[in-house]
Design a protein around this ligand. Structure first.
Ligand code: UFG
Length: 335
């Protein structure tokens, strides 16, 4: 087992990964600047894991801060989540995305190198593939980023490869996520966007709690069975387990890898809505709206490589994603 630094460990995927890492016996230290996470996530992680959480508040752009963290702990590996992730926002503020996602990552890698920590799991995205030319989408699909956000992730992936070519001590796990959904079984942590959500599941969740009047279904004339867009939703706890398996592989074998994390199964917007209705026990209002710019009809992973290489397989289905999300948001509303 190892000592692991988790940047962005108070965020949605980071917090779930923290829980799975601790359950697997790792010692974990969180770094977060709380720019997109609630401070009470730390207390909640303590309740779930029944142990104190070690964390440092600070920014990955702050090299002195990072040096100080690396001085205080002797890490075996880093898992890097701390980044910005909204496609639309990245189109409006490309500089912010380059600064946070690329410069922040380069600053972290510099601090790692100084501290002689050479293993890193990097949070990437299936958006790096752009419009799919073949489905299911495997890791050797062409890379064609379409937004500043996607570009920032491709830049970081490239930097990792170049670093490894320059110095073989580096070992990386690049994980390309499909669409994370759901929440922890405890209903103590989950996705909690500050503004009106861009993504489907948190939007449906806010319709279910009554915070938003209806779901806008962006297009019902796609080339899919019910006409609405199909995506590969993966339960955040499964995604978190994927990180544990990736970092274990790095610690045990120093073997670099680039893997999709998805289920291989696609669901439509209407499938999602119907499953959420089952979970919350009521009908959810929706309206058919125009297509959203940049959306595609269908996108899902080829999960075979992650299965063969890590033994990773998603275990939780759509109903579990919706049920756990509903448990989380209804509890959040009522507390
Ligand atoms: N959708 C709606 N109404 C909404 C929101 C979404 O109908 O209010 C539809 C979209 O048109 C699409 C599907 O729901 O068909 C999923 O949309 P999301 O915005 O939830 O997810 P995307 O697939 O567009 O993108 C997400 C993340 C990216 C990530 C990518 C990985 O936003 O950051 O998945 O495939 F990279």
């Amino acid at each position: 087992m190892g000592r692991i630094l988790l940047t962005g460990g108070a965020g949605f995927i980071g917090s779930h990964t923290y829980v799975e890492l601790v359950a697997a016996g790792h010692e974990v230290v969180i770094v977060d600047n709380f720019s997109n996470a609630r401070r009470d996530v730390i207390d909640r992680l303590e309740v779930i894991t029944e142990a104190p959480v070690l964390f440092h508040e600070g920014d990955v752009l702050d090299k002195r801060f990072l040096e100080d963290v690396f001085r205080q702990h002797d890490f075996d590996a880093v898992i890097h989540f701390a980044a910005k992730k909204a496609v639309g926002e990245s189109v409006e503020q490309p500089l912010l995305y380059f600064q946070t996602n690329c410069t922040g990552f380069a600053t972290l890698l510099g601090a790692m190198k100084d501290a002689r920590v050479f293993r890193i799991v990097f949070s990437s995205t299936a958006t790096v593939y752009g419009n799919p030319v073949s489905l299911p989408c495997a890791e050797d699909h062409p890379i064609a980023p379409l937004s500043p956000y996607a570009h920032s992730k491709v830049t970081c992936e490239t930097l990792l490869r170049q670093l490894k070519e320059s110095d073989d001590r580096w070992a990386y796990g690049i994980l390309r996520y499909f669409n994370p959904a759901g929440a922890h079984d405890s209903a103590l942590i989950g996705e909690d966007p500050n503004d009106i959500p861009n993504n489907l599941m948190p939007y449906i969740a806010k319709v279910a709690t009554g915070e938003l009047p209806h779901l806008n279904v962006f297009g019902n004339d796609y080339d899919t069975p019910d006409g609405t867009g199909i995506r590969d939703y993966i339960h955040v706890v499964d995604l978190a387990r994927g990180h544990v398996q990736s970092v274990n592989k790095l610690i045990d074998e120093d073997d670099s890898h680039v893997l999709n994390l998805g289920t291989g199964t696609g669901y439509s917007v209407m499938d999602m809505l119907r499953s959420y209705e089952k979970a919350c026990g009521k009908e959810l209002p929706y309206k058919i709206a125009p297509r959203r710019a940049g959306d595609i009809d269908c996108f899902f992973a080829d999960p075979a490589l992650a299965r063969d290489y890590l033994g990773f397989e998603a275990q939780r289905g759509l109903d579990e994603m919706c049920r756990s999300s509903w448990n989380w948001v209804s509890r959040l509303r009522n507390r």
